[in-house]
Design a protein around this ligand. Structure first.
Ligand code: ADP
Ligand code: ZN
Ligand code: MG
Length: 482
Protein backbone atom coordinates (compact mmCIF):
# COMPACT_ATOMS: atom_id res chain seq x y z
CA UNK A 1 0.00 0.00 0.00
CA UNK A 2 1.17 3.56 -0.74
CA UNK A 3 0.86 6.19 1.97
CA UNK A 4 0.86 9.97 1.89
CA UNK A 5 1.74 12.33 4.73
CA UNK A 6 -0.79 14.72 6.26
CA UNK A 7 0.56 17.62 8.26
CA UNK A 8 -1.14 20.29 10.37
CA UNK A 9 0.74 23.05 12.15
CA UNK A 10 0.13 24.97 15.35
CA UNK A 11 2.11 28.19 15.47
CA UNK A 12 2.63 30.45 18.45
CA UNK A 13 3.55 34.07 17.89
CA UNK A 14 4.60 36.45 20.66
CA UNK A 15 3.23 39.88 19.88
CA UNK A 16 5.53 42.87 20.04
CA UNK A 17 3.18 45.03 22.07
CA UNK A 18 4.74 47.34 24.63
CA UNK A 19 2.91 45.77 27.57
CA UNK A 20 1.72 42.29 28.50
CA UNK A 21 -1.64 40.76 27.66
CA UNK A 22 -3.43 41.34 30.95
CA UNK A 23 -1.21 43.76 32.92
CA UNK A 24 0.96 46.83 32.35
CA UNK A 25 4.36 45.09 32.62
CA UNK A 26 6.72 45.72 29.77
CA UNK A 27 7.21 43.11 27.05
CA UNK A 28 10.84 42.60 26.19
CA UNK A 29 13.11 39.63 25.63
CA UNK A 30 15.54 38.58 28.35
CA UNK A 31 16.82 41.17 30.79
CA UNK A 32 17.48 40.77 34.51
CA UNK A 33 15.18 37.88 35.55
CA UNK A 34 11.95 38.71 37.37
CA UNK A 35 12.21 42.48 36.95
CA UNK A 36 9.15 42.92 34.73
CA UNK A 37 6.48 41.42 36.94
CA UNK A 38 3.46 42.55 38.96
CA UNK A 39 0.69 40.94 41.03
CA UNK A 40 -1.25 40.03 37.85
CA UNK A 41 1.49 38.18 35.98
CA UNK A 42 2.77 36.63 39.23
CA UNK A 43 -0.78 35.47 40.00
CA UNK A 44 -1.13 37.03 43.43
CA UNK A 45 -4.53 36.31 44.98
CA UNK A 46 -7.19 38.80 43.98
CA UNK A 47 -5.24 40.37 41.08
CA UNK A 48 -7.48 40.87 38.04
CA UNK A 49 -6.61 40.74 34.34
CA UNK A 50 -7.43 43.57 31.91
CA UNK A 51 -7.29 43.01 28.12
CA UNK A 52 -4.60 44.73 26.10
CA UNK A 53 -6.34 46.61 23.29
CA UNK A 54 -3.20 46.84 21.14
CA UNK A 55 -2.75 43.06 21.29
CA UNK A 56 -6.31 42.65 20.01
CA UNK A 57 -5.48 45.04 17.16
CA UNK A 58 -2.47 42.91 16.23
CA UNK A 59 -4.59 39.77 16.53
CA UNK A 60 -7.11 41.35 14.16
CA UNK A 61 -4.38 42.20 11.66
CA UNK A 62 -3.28 38.58 11.64
CA UNK A 63 -6.86 37.35 11.22
CA UNK A 64 -7.44 39.74 8.31
CA UNK A 65 -4.15 38.88 6.61
CA UNK A 66 -5.14 35.20 6.77
CA UNK A 67 -8.57 35.96 5.30
CA UNK A 68 -10.36 34.69 8.38
CA UNK A 69 -13.92 35.13 9.45
CA UNK A 70 -14.15 37.15 12.66
CA UNK A 71 -17.34 36.01 14.39
CA UNK A 72 -17.70 39.23 16.39
CA UNK A 73 -17.73 37.70 19.84
CA UNK A 74 -15.13 35.42 21.36
CA UNK A 75 -14.59 34.11 24.84
CA UNK A 76 -11.53 33.63 27.02
CA UNK A 77 -11.25 30.33 28.84
CA UNK A 78 -9.05 28.96 31.58
CA UNK A 79 -6.88 26.09 30.41
CA UNK A 80 -5.94 24.32 33.62
CA UNK A 81 -2.76 22.45 34.19
CA UNK A 82 0.08 22.44 36.68
CA UNK A 83 3.55 23.49 35.71
CA UNK A 84 5.98 25.74 37.59
CA UNK A 85 6.08 28.27 34.75
CA UNK A 86 2.32 28.78 35.06
CA UNK A 87 1.75 30.63 38.35
CA UNK A 88 -2.04 30.80 38.16
CA UNK A 89 -2.34 27.07 37.55
CA UNK A 90 -4.13 27.90 34.31
CA UNK A 91 -3.39 29.74 31.11
CA UNK A 92 -5.90 32.27 29.85
CA UNK A 93 -6.63 31.13 26.32
CA UNK A 94 -9.52 30.73 23.93
CA UNK A 95 -11.33 27.48 23.38
CA UNK A 96 -14.61 26.80 21.61
CA UNK A 97 -15.25 30.42 20.63
CA UNK A 98 -11.96 31.61 19.18
CA UNK A 99 -11.39 35.10 17.83
CA UNK A 100 -11.14 34.09 14.17
CA UNK A 101 -11.87 30.98 12.08
CA UNK A 102 -11.83 29.62 8.53
CA UNK A 103 -8.92 31.46 6.94
CA UNK A 104 -6.36 30.55 4.33
CA UNK A 105 -2.85 31.23 3.14
CA UNK A 106 -1.49 30.63 -0.34
CA UNK A 107 2.01 29.30 -0.52
CA UNK A 108 4.38 28.67 -3.40
CA UNK A 109 6.45 25.51 -3.38
CA UNK A 110 8.59 24.40 -6.29
CA UNK A 111 6.84 26.76 -8.66
CA UNK A 112 3.32 25.72 -7.65
CA UNK A 113 0.89 27.60 -5.49
CA UNK A 114 -1.11 25.63 -2.94
CA UNK A 115 -3.72 26.68 -0.43
CA UNK A 116 -3.59 25.87 3.27
CA UNK A 117 -6.76 26.33 5.26
CA UNK A 118 -6.51 28.06 8.63
CA UNK A 119 -8.63 26.41 11.29
CA UNK A 120 -8.48 29.16 13.89
CA UNK A 121 -6.57 32.14 15.21
CA UNK A 122 -6.90 32.88 18.89
CA UNK A 123 -5.43 34.99 21.67
CA UNK A 124 -3.71 33.67 24.74
CA UNK A 125 -0.84 34.51 27.08
CA UNK A 126 2.67 33.12 27.23
CA UNK A 127 4.00 31.25 30.26
CA UNK A 128 7.02 32.17 32.37
CA UNK A 129 10.27 30.49 31.50
CA UNK A 130 11.89 27.55 33.27
CA UNK A 131 15.64 27.63 33.12
CA UNK A 132 17.15 24.22 33.73
CA UNK A 133 20.65 24.42 35.12
CA UNK A 134 23.04 22.21 33.23
CA UNK A 135 24.63 21.93 29.86
CA UNK A 136 21.78 20.59 27.77
CA UNK A 137 19.25 23.16 28.96
CA UNK A 138 16.74 20.31 29.17
CA UNK A 139 15.23 19.14 32.39
CA UNK A 140 16.72 15.66 32.12
CA UNK A 141 20.06 15.64 33.89
CA UNK A 142 19.77 19.13 35.35
CA UNK A 143 20.43 19.69 39.05
CA UNK A 144 17.83 22.39 39.61
CA UNK A 145 15.60 24.77 37.71
CA UNK A 146 14.97 28.49 38.04
CA UNK A 147 11.92 30.43 36.92
CA UNK A 148 11.97 33.79 35.17
CA UNK A 149 8.56 35.48 35.16
CA UNK A 150 9.49 38.25 32.75
CA UNK A 151 7.82 36.35 29.92
CA UNK A 152 4.75 35.46 31.99
CA UNK A 153 1.70 37.05 30.37
CA UNK A 154 3.31 38.10 27.09
CA UNK A 155 0.56 38.29 24.44
CA UNK A 156 0.61 35.12 22.41
CA UNK A 157 -1.40 34.39 19.30
CA UNK A 158 -1.99 30.81 18.23
CA UNK A 159 -2.56 30.00 14.59
CA UNK A 160 -3.81 26.49 13.77
CA UNK A 161 -3.84 25.14 10.23
CA UNK A 162 -6.12 22.47 8.85
CA UNK A 163 -4.43 19.15 8.14
CA UNK A 164 -3.81 20.21 4.56
CA UNK A 165 -0.05 20.20 4.14
CA UNK A 166 1.41 17.18 2.36
CA UNK A 167 5.17 17.28 2.62
CA UNK A 168 7.91 18.52 4.99
CA UNK A 169 9.05 20.92 2.23
CA UNK A 170 5.57 22.37 1.96
CA UNK A 171 5.42 22.76 5.76
CA UNK A 172 8.63 24.73 5.66
CA UNK A 173 7.41 26.88 2.77
CA UNK A 174 4.18 27.56 4.65
CA UNK A 175 6.09 28.70 7.73
CA UNK A 176 8.35 30.94 5.69
CA UNK A 177 5.37 32.54 4.06
CA UNK A 178 3.56 32.94 7.38
CA UNK A 179 6.63 34.47 9.01
CA UNK A 180 7.09 36.88 6.13
CA UNK A 181 3.43 37.88 6.42
CA UNK A 182 3.74 38.47 10.17
CA UNK A 183 6.81 40.63 9.60
CA UNK A 184 4.92 42.68 7.02
CA UNK A 185 2.13 43.12 9.58
CA UNK A 186 4.63 44.41 12.13
CA UNK A 187 3.04 42.42 14.94
CA UNK A 188 6.03 40.35 16.07
CA UNK A 189 9.77 40.26 15.58
CA UNK A 190 9.36 36.53 14.78
CA UNK A 191 12.78 35.85 16.27
CA UNK A 192 12.90 32.08 16.53
CA UNK A 193 16.02 31.91 18.69
CA UNK A 194 14.29 34.09 21.26
CA UNK A 195 11.13 32.03 21.00
CA UNK A 196 8.95 34.76 19.47
CA UNK A 197 7.83 32.27 16.85
CA UNK A 198 7.37 28.60 17.75
CA UNK A 199 5.84 25.73 15.94
CA UNK A 200 4.34 22.34 16.76
CA UNK A 201 3.85 19.97 13.86
CA UNK A 202 1.25 17.21 13.73
CA UNK A 203 1.78 14.43 11.25
CA UNK A 204 0.07 11.25 10.18
CA UNK A 205 -0.01 8.94 7.19
CA UNK A 206 -2.98 7.70 5.21
CA UNK A 207 -3.33 5.48 2.17
CA UNK A 208 -3.09 7.63 -0.95
CA UNK A 209 -6.55 8.89 -1.88
CA UNK A 210 -8.20 7.79 1.39
CA UNK A 211 -10.60 10.21 3.08
CA UNK A 212 -10.03 9.20 6.67
CA UNK A 213 -6.97 10.60 8.42
CA UNK A 214 -4.52 8.36 10.23
CA UNK A 215 -3.38 8.57 13.84
CA UNK A 216 -1.06 11.54 14.30
CA UNK A 217 1.97 12.29 16.36
CA UNK A 218 3.19 15.71 17.38
CA UNK A 219 6.64 17.28 17.18
CA UNK A 220 6.77 20.02 19.79
CA UNK A 221 8.44 23.40 19.87
CA UNK A 222 10.66 23.16 16.84
CA UNK A 223 12.90 26.20 16.92
CA UNK A 224 13.96 26.36 13.31
CA UNK A 225 12.17 25.70 10.04
CA UNK A 226 15.05 23.62 8.81
CA UNK A 227 14.91 21.35 11.85
CA UNK A 228 11.17 21.10 11.51
CA UNK A 229 11.51 19.94 7.92
CA UNK A 230 14.12 17.36 8.95
CA UNK A 231 12.14 16.20 11.97
CA UNK A 232 9.01 15.71 9.87
CA UNK A 233 10.97 13.76 7.27
CA UNK A 234 12.31 11.47 10.00
CA UNK A 235 8.95 11.02 11.64
CA UNK A 236 7.25 10.23 8.33
CA UNK A 237 9.91 7.58 7.67
CA UNK A 238 9.38 6.12 11.15
CA UNK A 239 5.59 5.93 10.73
CA UNK A 240 5.95 4.50 7.24
CA UNK A 241 8.21 1.69 8.46
CA UNK A 242 5.82 0.97 11.33
CA UNK A 243 2.75 0.75 9.09
CA UNK A 244 4.52 -1.31 6.48
CA UNK A 245 5.41 -3.99 8.98
CA UNK A 246 1.79 -4.09 10.12
CA UNK A 247 2.24 -1.99 13.26
CA UNK A 248 0.09 0.90 14.54
CA UNK A 249 1.01 4.54 15.13
CA UNK A 250 0.30 5.59 18.71
CA UNK A 251 -1.00 9.11 19.30
CA UNK A 252 1.77 10.78 21.23
CA UNK A 253 4.25 13.62 21.39
CA UNK A 254 7.64 12.74 19.97
CA UNK A 255 10.98 14.44 20.32
CA UNK A 256 13.32 15.02 17.41
CA UNK A 257 16.95 15.19 18.45
CA UNK A 258 18.62 17.56 16.05
CA UNK A 259 22.13 16.35 16.82
CA UNK A 260 21.49 12.61 16.36
CA UNK A 261 18.58 12.96 13.94
CA UNK A 262 16.64 10.46 16.07
CA UNK A 263 12.98 10.46 16.99
CA UNK A 264 11.99 9.36 20.49
CA UNK A 265 8.59 9.27 22.22
CA UNK A 266 8.19 12.02 24.82
CA UNK A 267 4.86 11.49 26.52
CA UNK A 268 1.36 10.41 25.72
CA UNK A 269 -0.71 13.11 24.13
CA UNK A 270 -3.01 15.12 26.39
CA UNK A 271 -6.62 15.66 25.36
CA UNK A 272 -8.79 18.76 25.59
CA UNK A 273 -10.84 17.28 28.45
CA UNK A 274 -7.66 16.96 30.53
CA UNK A 275 -7.53 20.73 30.78
CA UNK A 276 -10.97 21.26 32.32
CA UNK A 277 -11.54 24.33 30.19
CA UNK A 278 -14.12 26.77 31.60
CA UNK A 279 -14.93 30.40 30.80
CA UNK A 280 -12.63 32.94 32.45
CA UNK A 281 -14.95 34.67 34.93
CA UNK A 282 -12.65 37.68 35.36
CA UNK A 283 -12.92 38.79 31.73
CA UNK A 284 -15.90 39.94 29.71
CA UNK A 285 -16.48 38.41 26.27
CA UNK A 286 -14.28 39.95 23.60
CA UNK A 287 -16.49 41.79 21.13
CA UNK A 288 -14.87 42.83 17.88
CA UNK A 289 -17.31 45.35 16.48
CA UNK A 290 -17.54 45.96 12.73
CA UNK A 291 -16.17 49.48 13.34
CA UNK A 292 -13.16 48.15 15.20
CA UNK A 293 -12.39 45.59 12.50
CA UNK A 294 -12.78 48.24 9.78
CA UNK A 295 -10.44 50.54 11.66
CA UNK A 296 -7.80 47.83 11.74
CA UNK A 297 -8.44 46.95 8.11
CA UNK A 298 -7.75 50.58 7.18
CA UNK A 299 -4.33 50.51 8.86
CA UNK A 300 -3.26 47.20 7.28
CA UNK A 301 0.09 47.47 5.55
CA UNK A 302 0.57 46.30 1.97
CA UNK A 303 1.13 42.52 2.05
CA UNK A 304 3.73 40.63 0.00
CA UNK A 305 1.37 39.59 -2.84
CA UNK A 306 0.08 43.13 -3.35
CA UNK A 307 3.57 44.53 -3.22
CA UNK A 308 4.87 42.02 -5.70
CA UNK A 309 1.98 42.81 -8.07
CA UNK A 310 2.74 46.52 -7.79
CA UNK A 311 6.40 45.89 -8.64
CA UNK A 312 5.36 44.11 -11.80
CA UNK A 313 2.59 46.46 -12.83
CA UNK A 314 3.98 49.87 -11.99
CA UNK A 315 7.74 49.29 -11.93
CA UNK A 316 7.72 46.83 -14.81
CA UNK A 317 9.83 44.25 -12.98
CA UNK A 318 9.76 40.59 -14.05
CA UNK A 319 7.85 38.26 -11.74
CA UNK A 320 11.05 36.65 -10.52
CA UNK A 321 12.49 39.99 -9.38
CA UNK A 322 9.22 41.00 -7.74
CA UNK A 323 9.08 37.72 -5.80
CA UNK A 324 12.68 37.91 -4.60
CA UNK A 325 12.47 41.57 -3.59
CA UNK A 326 9.24 41.10 -1.63
CA UNK A 327 10.40 37.87 -0.01
CA UNK A 328 11.08 39.91 3.09
CA UNK A 329 9.69 43.22 4.18
CA UNK A 330 13.14 44.50 5.09
CA UNK A 331 14.45 43.82 1.62
CA UNK A 332 11.43 45.37 -0.10
CA UNK A 333 11.73 48.45 2.12
CA UNK A 334 15.42 48.71 1.33
CA UNK A 335 14.75 48.38 -2.37
CA UNK A 336 12.07 51.05 -2.34
CA UNK A 337 14.14 53.47 -0.29
CA UNK A 338 16.98 53.08 -2.80
CA UNK A 339 14.52 53.61 -5.62
CA UNK A 340 13.72 56.97 -4.08
CA UNK A 341 17.26 58.07 -5.01
CA UNK A 342 17.73 56.19 -8.27
CA UNK A 343 15.10 55.67 -10.93
CA UNK A 344 16.09 52.63 -12.98
CA UNK A 345 13.98 49.96 -11.25
CA UNK A 346 15.40 46.98 -13.14
CA UNK A 347 19.05 48.01 -12.87
CA UNK A 348 18.57 48.56 -9.15
CA UNK A 349 16.85 45.19 -8.83
CA UNK A 350 19.81 43.50 -10.54
CA UNK A 351 22.23 45.02 -8.06
CA UNK A 352 20.09 44.20 -5.06
CA UNK A 353 19.47 40.60 -6.13
CA UNK A 354 22.99 40.04 -7.41
CA UNK A 355 25.57 42.00 -5.46
CA UNK A 356 23.70 42.79 -2.28
CA UNK A 357 22.09 39.41 -1.64
CA UNK A 358 25.30 37.78 -2.85
CA UNK A 359 27.27 39.64 -0.20
CA UNK A 360 24.79 38.77 2.55
CA UNK A 361 24.83 35.11 1.54
CA UNK A 362 28.58 34.93 1.36
CA UNK A 363 29.09 36.57 4.75
CA UNK A 364 26.05 35.13 6.51
CA UNK A 365 24.90 38.62 7.44
CA UNK A 366 21.34 39.88 7.75
CA UNK A 367 20.16 42.89 5.82
CA UNK A 368 19.88 44.75 9.12
CA UNK A 369 23.66 44.30 9.57
CA UNK A 370 24.45 45.78 6.16
CA UNK A 371 26.60 48.91 6.34
CA UNK A 372 25.56 50.23 2.94
CA UNK A 373 22.62 52.65 3.21
CA UNK A 374 20.07 52.81 0.36
CA UNK A 375 21.28 56.31 -0.59
CA UNK A 376 24.86 55.04 -0.88
CA UNK A 377 23.85 52.20 -3.18
CA UNK A 378 21.96 54.68 -5.34
CA UNK A 379 25.02 56.97 -5.47
CA UNK A 380 27.16 54.06 -6.63
CA UNK A 381 24.75 53.16 -9.43
CA UNK A 382 24.64 56.76 -10.60
CA UNK A 383 28.42 56.75 -10.76
CA UNK A 384 28.40 53.64 -12.93
CA UNK A 385 25.69 55.05 -15.19
CA UNK A 386 27.52 58.32 -15.72
CA UNK A 387 30.75 56.50 -16.59
CA UNK A 388 32.58 57.68 -13.49
CA UNK A 389 33.58 54.06 -12.92
CA UNK A 390 32.94 50.98 -15.00
CA UNK A 391 30.55 48.22 -13.92
CA UNK A 392 33.29 45.83 -12.90
CA UNK A 393 34.97 48.42 -10.67
CA UNK A 394 31.49 49.25 -9.37
CA UNK A 395 31.15 45.74 -8.03
CA UNK A 396 34.49 45.96 -6.26
CA UNK A 397 33.56 49.33 -4.80
CA UNK A 398 30.29 47.83 -3.59
CA UNK A 399 32.14 45.04 -1.80
CA UNK A 400 34.30 47.62 -0.06
CA UNK A 401 31.25 49.68 0.86
CA UNK A 402 29.80 46.56 2.49
CA UNK A 403 32.98 45.99 4.47
CA UNK A 404 33.56 49.59 5.54
CA UNK A 405 30.29 51.52 5.16
CA UNK A 406 32.20 54.26 3.30
CA UNK A 407 30.68 56.39 0.53
CA UNK A 408 31.43 55.20 -3.00
CA UNK A 409 33.01 58.53 -3.95
CA UNK A 410 35.49 58.25 -1.06
CA UNK A 411 36.47 54.72 -2.05
CA UNK A 412 36.89 55.63 -5.72
CA UNK A 413 38.99 58.65 -4.85
CA UNK A 414 41.20 56.92 -2.30
CA UNK A 415 41.78 53.96 -4.59
CA UNK A 416 42.24 56.00 -7.78
CA UNK A 417 39.53 53.86 -9.31
CA UNK A 418 37.91 56.40 -11.59
CA UNK A 419 37.28 55.06 -15.05
CA UNK A 420 39.75 56.08 -17.74
CA UNK A 421 37.85 57.38 -20.74
CA UNK A 422 40.48 59.88 -21.80
CA UNK A 423 41.20 59.28 -25.48
CA UNK A 424 44.93 60.05 -25.49
CA UNK A 425 45.63 58.10 -22.34
CA UNK A 426 43.89 55.05 -23.74
CA UNK A 427 45.51 55.44 -27.14
CA UNK A 428 48.98 55.34 -25.63
CA UNK A 429 48.15 52.09 -23.84
CA UNK A 430 46.65 50.56 -26.96
CA UNK A 431 49.66 51.51 -29.07
CA UNK A 432 51.89 49.81 -26.54
CA UNK A 433 49.80 46.65 -26.50
CA UNK A 434 49.88 46.52 -30.30
CA UNK A 435 53.63 47.08 -30.44
CA UNK A 436 54.25 44.38 -27.78
CA UNK A 437 52.18 41.71 -29.51
CA UNK A 438 52.90 41.60 -33.25
CA UNK A 439 51.84 37.95 -33.50
CA UNK A 440 48.30 38.70 -32.30
CA UNK A 441 48.09 41.70 -34.60
CA UNK A 442 48.85 39.45 -37.51
CA UNK A 443 46.19 36.98 -36.42
CA UNK A 444 43.62 39.78 -36.24
CA UNK A 445 44.50 41.08 -39.65
CA UNK A 446 44.34 37.51 -40.95
CA UNK A 447 40.63 37.56 -40.03
CA UNK A 448 40.62 36.30 -36.41
CA UNK A 449 38.31 39.00 -35.01
CA UNK A 450 38.09 37.56 -31.52
CA UNK A 451 41.72 38.48 -30.86
CA UNK A 452 40.30 41.92 -29.98
CA UNK A 453 39.38 40.40 -26.63
CA UNK A 454 43.04 39.63 -25.96
CA UNK A 455 43.98 43.27 -26.52
CA UNK A 456 41.10 44.57 -24.37
CA UNK A 457 42.47 42.28 -21.67
CA UNK A 458 45.95 43.77 -22.04
CA UNK A 459 44.65 47.31 -21.64
CA UNK A 460 42.48 46.34 -18.68
CA UNK A 461 45.47 44.71 -17.05
CA UNK A 462 47.57 47.82 -17.58
CA UNK A 463 44.86 49.98 -15.97
CA UNK A 464 43.89 47.54 -13.22
CA UNK A 465 40.49 47.23 -14.82
CA UNK A 466 39.74 50.94 -14.86
CA UNK A 467 39.62 51.56 -18.60
CA UNK A 468 36.27 52.34 -20.18
CA UNK A 469 35.68 49.04 -22.00
CA UNK A 470 33.53 50.56 -24.72
CA UNK A 471 36.07 53.25 -25.58
CA UNK A 472 38.89 50.68 -25.59
CA UNK A 473 36.96 48.43 -27.94
CA UNK A 474 36.27 51.16 -30.43
CA UNK A 475 39.81 52.50 -30.44
CA UNK A 476 41.30 49.03 -30.76
CA UNK A 477 39.23 48.09 -33.79
CA UNK A 478 40.19 51.33 -35.47
CA UNK A 479 43.90 50.88 -34.78
CA UNK A 480 44.09 47.17 -35.55
CA UNK A 481 42.45 47.49 -38.91
CA UNK A 482 44.45 50.62 -39.71
P1 ADP B 1 -5.71 18.04 19.14
O1 ADP B 1 -7.07 18.11 19.73
O2 ADP B 1 -5.05 16.72 19.24
O3 ADP B 1 -4.84 19.19 19.54
P2 ADP B 1 -6.63 19.30 16.78
O4 ADP B 1 -7.79 18.75 16.06
O5 ADP B 1 -6.84 20.49 17.65
O6 ADP B 1 -5.94 18.15 17.58
O7 ADP B 1 -5.54 19.66 15.70
C1 ADP B 1 -4.29 20.14 16.05
C2 ADP B 1 -3.46 20.22 14.81
O8 ADP B 1 -3.24 18.92 14.29
C3 ADP B 1 -4.09 21.00 13.68
O9 ADP B 1 -3.11 21.75 13.03
C4 ADP B 1 -4.63 19.94 12.76
O10 ADP B 1 -4.61 20.38 11.43
C5 ADP B 1 -3.65 18.83 12.95
N1 ADP B 1 -4.24 17.49 12.76
C6 ADP B 1 -5.39 17.04 13.25
N2 ADP B 1 -5.57 15.75 12.90
C7 ADP B 1 -4.49 15.39 12.16
C8 ADP B 1 -4.08 14.18 11.53
N3 ADP B 1 -4.80 13.07 11.58
N4 ADP B 1 -2.89 14.21 10.88
C9 ADP B 1 -2.13 15.29 10.83
N5 ADP B 1 -2.47 16.44 11.42
C10 ADP B 1 -3.63 16.50 12.08
ZN1 ZN C 1 2.59 42.12 35.17
MG1 MG D 1 -5.75 21.25 19.66
Amino acid sequence: MKYEPVIGLEIHVELSTRSKMFCGCRVEFGGEPNTRTCPVCLAHPGALPVMNRQAIRYLTRIALALDCEIPGKSIFHRKNYFYPDLPKGYQISQYDQPFAIEGELHVGVEGEIFRVGIERVHQEEDTAKNIHAGESGRIAGSLYSLIDFNRSGTPLVEIVTKPEIHSPQAARAFLNKLKNTLLYLDVSDCNMEEGSLRCDANVSLKPVGAEELGVKTELKNMNSFKHLEKGLTQEIARQMALLEEGGKVVQQTVHFDVASGEISPLRSKEFAHDYRYFPEPDLVPLVASAEFVDEVRAEMPELPEARSRRYMETLGLPEYDAEVLTSSRNLADYYEESLGHYQDAKALSNWVMGELLGYLNATGQELSDLKVKPGQLAALLKMVDSGGINAKTGKEVFAEMCDTGKDPSAIVEAGGLAQISDQSELEALIDKAIADNPGQVEQYRGGKQQVVGFFVGQVMKATQGRANPQAVNELLRKKLSG
